[in-house]
Design a protein around this ligand. Structure first.
Ligand code: ADP
Length: 587
């Protein structure tokens, strides 16, 4: 059974031998790896990370100043766990799931007092439990026995914990209960409450991973159109300063068709995290009109919070994501940034005097990263359903240098890479996702979805756009040497078409009411209109019309207004027919 034992069940006390920042060693502690312990007279929360003979090494999740040798260490005998239950949506936690009361304590002091072990979910609050099974029904691990309206947006399924046996329901309640009260009993003797604990470093059980075949629709043309992420896929996004990282991430949180968003702010500079904590609660959910927080859980650790809490925040976040996945939801998890997480690992590793690997990172950096991303996927659930976790990890390579170990190891794992580009941002090309450096390995497996849901010739149309952009890239070098006018006319025309692909299609204004979101149909139709221009223009060129005249037709610049057009269907129909009329009239 996974319910935490109370601290009274503590085994034996150990004694602090030394304190080095977040790392404390103790002697005579009877503990296992990953046990949670309370350190010092104040009872600071920590976790056992190494045991050597009689010496136990502990990483402490709180400031250790003033804690000294000789003070006691108590073992809870339980691994670091999160408390999973209703109330997590709309919450803001630190790395060990202590709720941050942001309104009272703005960042900096938002870290709770030392030694306070606040529960992750409200134990007093009553939730209306609506049963979905009856007495006599048989339930297995992972099955729901009832449902709670967690927020206006999210129905929270109360599930038989995965480590239960399951059995026949002998009693089931209906009404208002706290998460600690029993709402169902099974003939196995097991009692079900509305919350369950789970150790964060252990993936919650699930059946097989399936090949993801549905895109996580982001509503952003460059992402959906050229570099799609699958529901259950993994993506990385580097964030050079000023490149539009914040806007890109908020767009993802707002518009992607995930049911649940878990946003882990892992040790970014203090003021950046403050922005997230202040911005998110204000954001509306455009899909429902409710606050975005109604389907979001934020985990916030700034770099001024203790380093060990930063190390754990990734695990806390992904465990929460898995819990909602187990309800059958599609969860999007964003980790910003995994570089700060890796730096936390590096700091702890160096305090442990471990043999450093590349650039001082621990030798297990690659393994830790892949274990984390491994918890993403589209899963067959233990209750027979399906759920997914898509993971988007930001990396912040120092100096934008992608050859450093965290970026390199991440790129080896993730299958979508959205390369935000500071140069594009400077030229005000937004989203500043570089189309030459970005990639998605999900394209082929998602093509059937586009064919079934959008258009049969989607894959061809996209490939045409990619080819035009590639050609432009090559021609660009010549143009820089000799100027555009020196190119043959057909290549000049290709450059013009490529310009429309970039400016009318790839660029998208997040701050415009209409353009901020582009459904897949519109993404397809917009590119189709540019292709119509291309096809009609090349026909005209072949018929002997000079390229200047082709470029001058007045329907062409209207392509740039497709994104912001309210009645886009009619608008695009009209452009396409005008383009054909006007270009054909030239010969
Ligand atoms: P970063 O977080 O990388 O420092 P921001 O996300 O705050 O950068 O973006 C900086 C500015 O760039 C924004 O204030 C906005 O004006 C502009 N910007 C970024 N992305 C977009 C976008 N998709 N559409 C329109 N403007 C954008």
């Amino acid at each position: 059974m996974s319910q935490a034992e109370d601290i009274e069940s503590v085994d034996e006390d150990g004694v602090i031998e030394s304190v080095s920042g977040p790392v404390v060693t103790a002697t005579d502690l009877d503990a296992r790896m990953n046990d949670v312990v309370y350190v010092g007279d104040e009872g600071l929360m920590g976790e056992v990370i190494e045991i050597e003979g009689n010496l136990t090494t502990i990483q402490v999740y709180e400031e250790t100043s003033g804690v000294g040798p000789g003070e006691p260490v108590q073992n809870t005998g339980e691994p670091l766990s999160v408390d999973l239950g209703p109330g997590m949506m709309d919450s803001i936690y630190d790395g060990v799931q202590r709720p941050l009361d942001v309104l009272e304590d703005k960042m900096g002091t938002a870290f709770l007092d030392r030694g306070v072990d606040a529960p992750g979910i409200d134990l007093e609050k009553k939730w209306e439990f609506e049963p979905t099974v009856e007495e006599g029904d048989t339930v297995e691990p992972g099955d729901a026995v009832g449902v709670v309206e967690e927020t206006v947006t999210i129905d929270h399924k109360v599930m038989v914990p995965p480590d239960y046996e399951g059995g026949e329901v002998t009693s089931i309640e209906h009404g208002d209960f706290t998460v600690e009260e029993t709402v169902a009993e099974l003939d196995s003797g097991e009692e079900i409450q509305m919350h369950q604990e789970w150790p964060v470093r252990e993936a919650r059980p699930a059946g097989d991973k399936e090949t993801p075949t549905e895109p996580l629709v982001t509503g952003q043309r460059v992402q959906d159109g050229l570099f799609p992420l699958a529901k259950g896929g993994t993506a990385a996004i580097p964030g050079p300063f000023g490149s539009g990282k914040t806007v890109t991430q908020q767009q993802l949180a707002k518009w992607s068709d995930a049911d649940i968003v878990v946003y882990i702010g892992c040790g970014e500079r203090g003021n950046e995290m403050t922005e997230v904590i202040e911005d998110f609660p204000e954001l509306p959910d455009p899909q429902t009109g409710n606050p975005l927080m109604a389907r979001t859980c934020l985990i916030a650790n700034t770099s001024n919070m203790p380093v060990a809490a930063r190390e754990s925040c990734i695990y806390t976040g992904i465990t929460i994501a898995e819990y909602y996945r187990d309800m059958g939801y599609d969860v999007a998890l964003m980790a910003d940034s995994t570089s700060r997480w890796a730096e936390a690992m590096r700091e702890i590793s160096s305090r442990l005097e471990e043999m450093p690997g590349e650039e001082g990172y621990p030798a297990y950096l690659a393994a830790a990263l892949s274990e984390f991303y491994e918890r993403a996927g589209k899963f067959q659930l233990i209750n027979g359903g399906e759920g997914s976790i898509s993971v988007v990890g930001a990396v912040s390579p120092p100096g934008g240098d992608f050859s450093e170990p965290v970026t390199q190891n991440t790129l080896r794992i993730v299958k979508t890479f959205w390369a935000l580009d500071a140069d594009l941002a400077e030229r005000r090309h937004f989203p500043s996702i570089n189309w030459n450096e970005s990639y998605s390995l999900y394209k082929d497996q998602l093509d059937p979805w586009w064919a079934d849901n959008v258009a049969d010739d989607w894959a061809e149309t996209r490939q045409w756009a990619v080819d035009v952009l590639d050609e432009e890239d090559e021609l660009q070098e010549i143009v820089q040497l000799v100027g555009k006018d020196a190119l043959p006319e057909d290549q000049q025309l290709t450059m013009e078409v490529a310009r429309y692909i970039r400016e009318a299609w790839l660029q998208q204004n997040a701050l415009h009411d209409v353009d901020t979101y582009c459904e897949p149909d519109k993404t397809y139709r917009m590119l189709g209109a540019i292709k119509t221009f291309n096809d009609e223009a090349f026909d005209a060129l072949e018929a002997g019309v000079p390229v200047e005249e082709i470029q001058d037709v007045d329907a062409a610049p209207r392509l740039n207004r497709m994104g912001t057009a309210e009645e886009w269907g009619e608008f695009i129909d009209e452009i396409e027919s005008d383009l054909a009329d006007q270009l054909r009239a030239l010969y």
